[in-house]
Design a binder for this molecule. Structure first.
Ligand SMILES: *Cc1c(COP(=O)(O)O)cnc(C)c1O
Length: 356
């Protein structure tokens, strides 16, 4: 028997790889270092105990969506919720891109944007960022005017560089995208750490959508929950494509209960921003190049040793960071998530040992 083969574009893919190694200090996937606030788990448990398990969950997730929207002055009809922002982005591509259509990304950026595009049969157009990883607006204009992509991705703060695109750049990209018939998607998985959000540019006649997630800032990576803020005509189309009942009852509950703890969540963001500055100060004394970050992680490049060697040296000391050494444009780079002060001290000690 000859085995059936995956379609060619899938068979050629490498898939998503982020090693989950058992170590003491895990600073590799930009999760929150702290669990959700006191009382969160009990409140979720109490509501989970009341689930009617034999019934499908509420398909429209309207309570969750209206509560998310309220935080941004939007209504439920302007919010789409799904199992992680990755499912949000996949649904967006299945709906507004797909075979015969294209999506533009500006590298280096979040690898899932091009990966999800390919999975959905969308042609990927790659533009390049400047050497300092800021957006090159001439390059953006060239890509959008020449190729007229159906979806344009930005990521701000950008993963894995940490760079925040300023308002003027996002406005310019939006203008170019709108003039060429595309939809601009700004991935703000780390938006709460930055000082500008594209949410302020949303409008019913504006081809702009903004994705966010509970995974990073809201200390809830174990629950798969992300959402899109968008004009309601975009949401209406997404609802036709996404699987029925895709958001289970437990996820909806966890997402609602989290919104009862917004102040505590925001406190964490503020603490992590302070801790990021402390970590950056510690790195300033070491032989590494570091990029400015508006996020909960920092990109760095050892000046004298290879990224692979430093990554392994850290693993040997039970510290796991993300090895970006083989990623395009990021030769020799590592990405470290901001942890608790103790975890960050362990990281700085281990890195100092490896480098000196
Ligand atoms: C982590 C991350 C996501 C994915 O988040 P989930 O909501 O956990 O699927 C999306 N975009 C960026 C830029 C990320 O870093």
């Amino acid at each position: 028997m000859s085995r059936p083969t995956a379609r060619e574009s899938v068979a050629l893919m490498a898939g998503y790889h982020s090693p989950q190694i058992d170590v003491d200090v895990r600073l590799n996937t930009n999760e929150s270092p702290e669990p959700p606030p006191e009382g969160f788990a009990d409140a979720v448990a109490a509501r989970v105990a009341e689930i009617a398990w034999h019934r499908y969950p509420q398909r429209s997730a309207s309570e969750l969506r209206s509560r998310i929207g309220a935080n941004y002055g939007l209504s439920a009809s302007q919010v789409f919720a799904a199992n992680g922002s990755n499912e949000v982005l996949q649904t967006l591509l299945l709906t507004f891109a797909g075979p015969g259509r294209s999506a533009a990304v500006f590298e280096p950026t979040y690898a899932l944007h091009s990966h999800l595009s390919r999975i959905t049969g969308t042609a990927v157009i790659e533009g390049e960022r400047n050497d300092d990883f800021s957006l090159d607006l001439d390059e953006v204009e060239r890509v959008i005017v020449e190729d007229r992509p159906d979806v344009v991705f930005l990521c701000s703060p950008n993963n894995p560089t940490g760079v925040v695109d300023p308002e003027a750049s996002i406005r310019r990209v939006l203008e170019l995208t709108a003039a060429n018939g595309g939809l601009l998607c700004v991935d703000e998985a780390y938006g709460q750490f930055a000082d500008f959000s594209a949410v302020t540019l949303l409008g019913d006649d504006t081809p702009l959508v903004v994705s966010r997630t509970y995974s990073k800032t809201w200390a809830m990576a174990a629950v798969r929950l992300g959402y899109l803020l968008a004009p309601s005509w975009v949401i209406d189309e997404l609802e036709k494509v996404v699987l029925p009942y895709h958001l289970d009852a437990m996820t909806q509950i966890a997402g609602e209960v989290a919104l009862d703890h917004l102040d505590a969540m925001n406190d964490r963001v503020a603490r992590l921003v302070d801790e990021r500055e402390r970590l950056l100060a510690g790195l300033a004394d070491l032989p590494v190049d570091v990029w400015p970050s508006g996020s909960n992680f920092v990109l760095l490049r050892p000046q004298h040793l290879s990224g692979d060697d430093v990554w392994q040296g850290l693993v040997d000391r039970s510290v796991l960071v993300r090895n970006c050494a083989s990623w395009p444009r990021l030769q020799g780079c590592l990405r470290v998530t901001i942890g608790t002060p103790d975890e960050d001290d362990r990281f700085l000690e281990a890195l100092t040992e490896v480098l000196t």
